[in-house]
Design a binder for this molecule. Structure first.
Ligand code: TRP
Length: 340
């Protein structure tokens, strides 16, 4: 069965991409797995954060977890910085990982940009901390978006090198779990770019804190193209969108993917449902579905954030549970390394 671990950064503007690409999958995994879900604040500070805002964002992610249906009695929900095993194991792994491995990480290159000399050392070893997150719990399954694939491979390399260096079978080799139709939700303004918290235009994303009116406005204004919706010939023989339509009609593909993920219907069902219909009709349906799905989550998040005592209780319990799993694993790792 295995143990599931995943993390979400508290960097603000939680949006539909975070929900469909991550949190929604976290909810379904808890039925047949032991799940540990972490608000990764230590990862967040690899780039500059305003301390007051960070604190609120941490609670907001925790609230989104609970409001989306992660059951705190079943799954562990906690804040990374409250469990010291993450930092301690990350140091050991910093001494296992090779510079050459980290130099290949494409996300570092993207995030550091042109001024690499000025990036924090933490941003550089970010994927090492991520490996520590996972391996501190001996997690075997890690649900992530496609953009985290390379980091997971690094976690596997670190586990293997640790085992090999010390001649032990200690850390498991983890599997990525990449799920769902819309693990890559694209911007509502440009179907070629990922939906992102840092996009200048708020119209590019549906935030988990948006009101029903906000959602409707954003869907109404979402970019489309002049053609009616595609018919089934846009799918390949595995019922996935073919290259041609992805390149030429990325906005249509994105909106259909979002519909499919929200409705839990497969791509083929959704494409045939709206085949050759006008966008105006489809957008009405998509709007209704989005409001129906997201409004209860938004409402529940507000409630949790207005009275924080319940949320704080969940996080305290989660911290203790996480500690009780990670502490013995860290202890043994320290012994393997030869710490006194
Ligand atoms: N890097 C991940 C992201 O940005 C977040 C993350 C941190 C994570 N630690 C993790 C994901 C461990 C899975 C497992 O999406």
């Amino acid at each position: 069965m295995g143990r599931v671990f995943s993390g979400v950064q508290p960097t603000g503007n939680l949006h539909l991409g975070n929900y469909l690409g991550a949190i929604k999958n976290f909810v379904s995994l808890q039925n047949d797995h032991e799940c540990i879900y972490c608000v990764v604040d230590m990862h967040a500070i690899t780039v500059k954060q305003d301390p007051k805002i960070l604190k609120n964002n941490i609670l907001e992610v925790a609230a989104a977890f609970v409001a989306s249906g992660i059951n705190p009695d079943k799954s562990v929900i906690f804040v990374q910085s409250q469990v010291s095993a993450h930092a301690e194991l990350a140091w050991i792994f910093n001494c296992v990982a090779r510079l050459g491995w980290l130099n290949r990480m494409t996300q570092f290159k993207e995030k550091a940009g042109k001024n690499r000399e000025n990036a924090s050392a933490g941003l550089y070893t970010y994927p090492v901390l991520m490996a520590a997150d996972i391996l501190a719990y001996h997690a075997t399954h890690v649900p992530v978006g496609d953009d985290q694939r390379q980091h997971l491979e690094l976690a596997r390399d670190i586990a293997q090198k640790f085992n090999n260096d010390f001649q032990v079978e200690y850390f498991p080799v983890t599997e990525p779990v990449i799920m769902g139709n819309a693990t890559r939700v694209m911007s509502l303004r440009d179907g070629k770019n990922k939906m992102s918290k840092s996009d200048m235009s708020d119209y590019s994303r549906l935030n988990l804190t948006d009101s029903a009116d906000d959602i409707s406005n954003k869907i109404r204004k979402a970019k489309t193209d002049p053609l009616p919706l595609p018919d089934l010939s846009c799918l390949d023989n595995e019922d996935r969108f073919n290259e041609d339509i992805i390149i030429n009609r990325p906005e249509a593909v994105n909106l259909l993917n979002i519909y499919s993920a929200l409705s839990n219907e497969n791509t083929k069902t959704v494409v045939s449902k709206f085949s050759e219909k006008q966008f105006s009709f489809f957008k009405n349906e998509l709007n209704q579905l989005s409001v129906e799905t997201l409004s209860p989550i938004t409402r529940e998040m507000r409630k949790l954030l207005d009275d924080r005592s319940f949320l704080e209780e969940i996080l305290n319990k989660g911290r203790d549970k996480a500690n009780s799993i990670a502490e013995p694993i860290l202890k043994e790792a320290k012994e393997i390394v030869g710490f006194y």
